[in-house]
Design a protein around this ligand. Structure first.
Ligand code: LLP
Length: 427
């Protein structure tokens, strides 16, 4: 039987005319679990992690998986067992990490709007670092920590004002973004932090954006960060760790981001050249660890050929796969069982009552109602951004390992959805 890998998707391949993830025939999973269904490959996640680990061989680094990309407990557990820490953005994220066996001291807490309650709980749990994003937050964190008789470990998130050359919604390190503290104010903020009794300065942090496919923005951001570390230390405040955030892109449609090990070879060469090679480093990758490990399986419900457009209506929608609607993002769409017929051009759309509910425009597909399709590169920022719009339950999730499969999240029922709601008393 011939085996044919799909570009950018090392873990999925056609064997004959059937699509497999690792050694699992995807159409078998649909028979058992229905659609829409997310399927993640364990070996794809671990090999993405291994690329970073290779890149950092011999260095002091803590890889903190940015769990916003995919916060399934099973996925967190996998990365915790592989030694990762976690980048979190809420108390809920922290609870997930702890529930999945992650270590509190390997958690870093990012985000512009941490509440006092979240700060208190994170201090109680003993997390590794708060990445503080404003001067106001710094004051509040100090107050909260002091009230508990503690000192909060802190990095200041720097906004280095570099253009990551990505979609405006996912670029975060530019002056006009809400994230981090402006480059010019950073030294002053560290000086203030050093005077606050509830704060212990441990590091410095930046994150410039997501789906970055070029090296230059990282190299620029690194130079700016190191300039700052020099200035902060010259002011007498030692910096133990340097956190370069996440953001490395994946191949959705012929994108060519540098492989993690190659990118870090260059970045480490710069660190060495500037004398920072032996510092404790941290990174916060999300998408690059899980994005191309996942697919979303869906069934073709109806074909609706038209004068201007042909619509292929599937049972997955923008509530399952919000990236096309939100960022005009491209995800490849391929059949689970390829057909010999010539393809036609289809707009692949979901059942939700919005014109924005599209998954792919102008796709060449040979399809019939009842066929199964896979939406590729669906491991990151799909389930994590899924919603219940139109009372649609969230999909089930499966982790594949070799020929073994494990259900890691059950399909959400309508009873699950209505559980939190309360009817009016008067009938
Ligand atoms: N660290 C911080 C502080 C972040 O804000 C993010 C992502 C990451 C790390 C991880 O970035 P990654 O390695 O995954 O690029 N929903 C959008 C992406 C939003 C990214 C938000 N922050 C999308 O679907 O493209």
């Amino acid at each position: 039987m011939t085996s044919q890998n799909l570009p950018g998707q090392p873990h999925i391949a056609y064997r004959g005319n059937e699509l497999f993830s690792e050694d699992v025939r995807l159409s078998d999973l649909v028979k058992e679990h229905g659609t829409p269904l997310f399927v993640y490959s364990k070996s794809a996640m671990l090999s993405a992690l291994a690329a970073y680990q290779r890149g950092f061989a011999g260095r002091k680094v803590q890889i903190c998986y940015a769990m916003k990309a995919n916060p399934a407990l099973g996925v967190i557990q996998l990365f915790a067992q592989a030694g990762c820490g976690f980048d979190i953005v809420s108390g809920g994220d922290m609870d997930r990490v702890l529930a999945a066996g992650g270590q509190a001291e390997k958690i870093i807490f990012s985000g512009v709007g941490k509440t006092r309650a979240e700060m208190r709980r994170a201090l109680e749990a003993g997390i590794g670092c708060f990445n503080v994003e404003s001067e106001a937050e710094l004051e509040v964190l100090s107050e909260v920590a002091l009230s508990m008789g503690l000192r909060a470990p802190v990095s200041i998130r720097v906004n280095p004002n570099v253009d990551p050359m990505t979609h405006p919604y996912i670029s975060t390190g530019l002056k006009g973004n809400k994230f981090g503290i402006a480059h010019e104010r950073v030294v002053r903020t560290y000086q203030r932090a050093a005077t606050l009794a509830g704060i212990r300065v441990v590091g410095i942090d930046c994150h410039i954006g997501s789906q970055i496919t070029q090296e230059e923005p990282y190299l620029d951001a690194m130079d700016r960060m190191l300039d700052l570390v020099e200035a902060i230390e010259a002011a007498g405040i030692p910096i133990q760790h340097i956190d370069f955030g996440g953001g490395l892109g994946i191949d959705y449609n012929g994108d060519t981001p540098p492989p993690a090990d190659r990118l870090w070879e260059k970045l480490l060469a710069k660190l060495d050249a500037r004398g920072f090679g032996q510092r404790q480093l941290m990174i916060e990758p999300g998408r690059s660890l899980v994005g191309n490990a996942g697919v979303c399986l869906t069934e073709v419900l109806y074909l609706k050929p038209g004068e201007q457009k042909n619509f292929c209506i599937i049972d997955a929608a923008m509530n399952d796969l919000p990236r096309p609607a939100m960022y005009q993002a491209f995800h490849q769409i391929v059949p689970l069982q390829s057909r010999a017929e010539a393809p036609a051009t289809w707009d692949v759309v979901g059942p939700i009552c919005e014109s924005g509910d599209w998954i792919g425009h102008d796709r060449a597909l040979a399809v019939q109602p009842g066929d199964l399709l896979a939406v590729l590169s669906a491991g990151a920022y799909c389930m994590s951004m899924a919603s219940n719009y139109n009372s649609r339950g969230r999909a089930a999730e499966i982790l594949v390992e070799g020929n073994q499969t494990r259900l890691i999240r059950q399909r959400e029922t309508i009873a699950d959805q209505m559980r939190q709601e309360i009817l009016l008393l008067n009938k």
